[in-house]
Every structure is written in structure tokens, then in C-alpha cells.
Design a protein around this ligand. Structure first.
Ligand SMILES: [Zn+2]
Length: 285
């Protein structure tokens, strides 16, 4: 069995920590580097139910995309929900490791997994990493559909292919407009509209699109927008990451058991569509 330090070296090779954004908090959160690792659970969010799933599976390492602590803390007391996660993990001999914006920018990265889940062919990064001579790393991905679809059909395909959430997929644009090229960005992507427009994509699929950026993007250009649940756009990375670690484990003869959490940790749990797209009598304005 490998030591945690061996597995962390492998994770750092896949997603080098120095490629994370300055504001990010990636790498080990808790765990003894000299402890042996038998199995690994991959998940998007380091929340209570994921920590409990790791305990139930008996794994010794949890790898999440989102950081547990993004800013400094002065307590890991178990009367805070984050402290409770730390206690659950440490008292069960489980380490926690985070690969966040370093996994976003990697090759393959979070948006490659998203494109793969949607059956899209990636042609390159939306925002290339200037330090990558091969031009494959960076934020977001530009993709083509081998067979063009209408926006309505593409939205239906995205809703069917991404893991199920209460939100599903919202779309903005003419449902009959043809979609041939798509920009995708796993997670919150509303800072990349300028790059999406410059790339000339027919549609942009990301998460957490807010009113003003979405409205302005629609006014600027005939760009169709698709907004999926944040968790759903990043979950495909867990499968990709587990397969990458499986390959490392096989090369090294580690025999690691890898698992991907299927628990939906998107915070939204219900979605009630309006009965009609009109302002009804007496509605607030
Ligand atoms: Zn995210």
C-alpha cells in the first residue's frame, strides 16, 4: 500500500499546486503523510455527508474539488460544520486533499470532463495558459458538435447527460437557433463572457450565471446561454480524476480502490417552474 505522501506526490503531478489561483487553497487539508492509503473517494464538496460516505467506504483519503477552508481559520472545533468535517475525517484516519483551480486549468481539466460528459469534441482552452507551450491547459474549453443541434435539443441533451439536479439546465436564446460550437466552463463561468464572444461560439454552457452578466451578454451578441447546476458541471471531473489516479495506481502496483461519490451535494433541492412566462394579475413588479 502506498503512503499518503506517495499519493499526494501523484496528485500534485496531475494537478500541480502552483498552478492554482493566488486566492485559492489547494493541497492537503488534514492527514498524516506517513499513513498508508488503501482507497480514495472523489467528490465535489467537502461536506458532512461526503465525509460520512468516506467513513462508510473505509477509505483513507478524500479528494474534493472545492476547498474546505478557503480563508484562514482560528478553530477546527467540532461545533462548526467545517470543524465537524475535520473531526469526522481525522478520527476515522481519513486525509483530505483539495484540487480546485489547479484542476480547472489542467490538461485534462474540469472543463474537459464536462465537455466529455456532453459528448463534445474539445478544440482547445477558452483562456489558454500562457505558460503552456502546447496550448492545451487553461480555463474553459472550446468545443464543436460533430452534428449541429438546435439550442433546444442541445439543452435537452445537456440536461440528460449531466448528473441530475433540481435545477436541471436553463437556456437563453432562440430554441431553434443552430448550435455548432460551444464554450464550456465547469463551475461559475460568468467572468469569461468576453473570451466566449471573442471565440465566436454559438453557445456557452457554465453555472451560476447571474442576471446582469447574462442579460448583458445576450444584448451584446446572439450568444445562447446554458446555465447548469454548479455541482453538476464539476462532478464529471470526479470520474476523470479517479480514472487518472487508477492509471497511476496501476503503473505503481498500488492496488488503490478509487470511488466516486454519487451523492448530489448541489445546495438546491427543489425547482418549481412558473406556470406561464407571463406576468399574472396582481404579481409584484
Ligand atoms: Zn466549483
Amino acid at each position: 500500500m502506498p503512503l499518503l505522501s506517495d499519493v499526494i506526490t501523484a496528485l500534485d503531478t496531475l494537478w500541480p499546486r502552483e498552478r492554482a489561483e493566488d486566492w485559492d487553497a489547494v493541497g492537503p487539508v488534514c492527514g498524516d503523510p506517513d499513513a498508508e492509503v488503501n482507497g480514495v473517494l472523489f467528490a465535489v464538496d467537502p461536506v458532512r455527508e461526503i465525509a460520512e460516505e468516506a467513513v462508510a467506504l473505509g477509505v483513507s483519503l478524500l479528494v474534493t474539488h472545492h476547498p474546505l477552508y478557503l480563508r484562514g481559520t482560528t478553530t477546527v472545533a467540532a461545533d462548526t460544520f467545517k470543524g465537524r468535517v475535520v473531526h469526522t475525517l481525522i478520527s476515522n484516519g481519513i486525509a483530505l486533499h483539495v484540487a480546485h483551480t489547479n484542476a480547472d486549468r489542467a490538461d485534462p481539466g474540469v472543463s474537459d470532463a464536462l465537455a466529455g460528459a456532453l459528448g463534445l469534441r474539445v478544440t482547445g482552452p477558452l483562456v489558454p495558459d500562457p505558460t503552456d507551450p502546447a496550448g492545451r491547459r487553461g480555463l474553459g474549453r472550446l468545443c464543436v458538435l460533430d452534428r449541429p443541434l438546435s439550442l433546444g435539443a442541445f439543452a435537452a441533451l445537456a440536461a440528460a447527460r449531466l448528473p441530475g439536479t433540481a435545477q436541471g439546465v436553463r437556456a437563453a436564446g432562440d430554441p431553434d437557433a443552430p448550435v455548432r460550437t460551444v464554450a464550456v466552463c465547469g463551475g461559475s463561468g460568468d467572468s469569461l463572457f468576453a473570451e466566449v464572444r471573442a471565440a465566436g461560439a454559438d453557445a456557452y454552457l457554465t453555472a451560476d450565471l447571474r442576471h446582469h452578466p447574462a442579460s448583458e451578454a445576450r444584448e451584446h451578441a446572439p450568444l445562447a446561454l446554458l446555465d447548469a447546476a454548479h455541482w453538476a458541471t464539476e462532478w464529471p471531473w470526479c470520474q476523470q480524476a479517479a480514472a487518472q489516479l487508477d492509471a497511476v495506481s496501476e503503473r505503481n502496483g498500488w492496488g488503490l480502490a478509487t470511488h466516486v461519490s454519487h451523492r448530489v451535494t448541489d445546495p438546491w433541492t427543489a425547482h418549481q417552474p412558473s406556470p406561464s412566462l407571463r406576468v399574472s394579475e396582481g404579481a409584484p413588479n
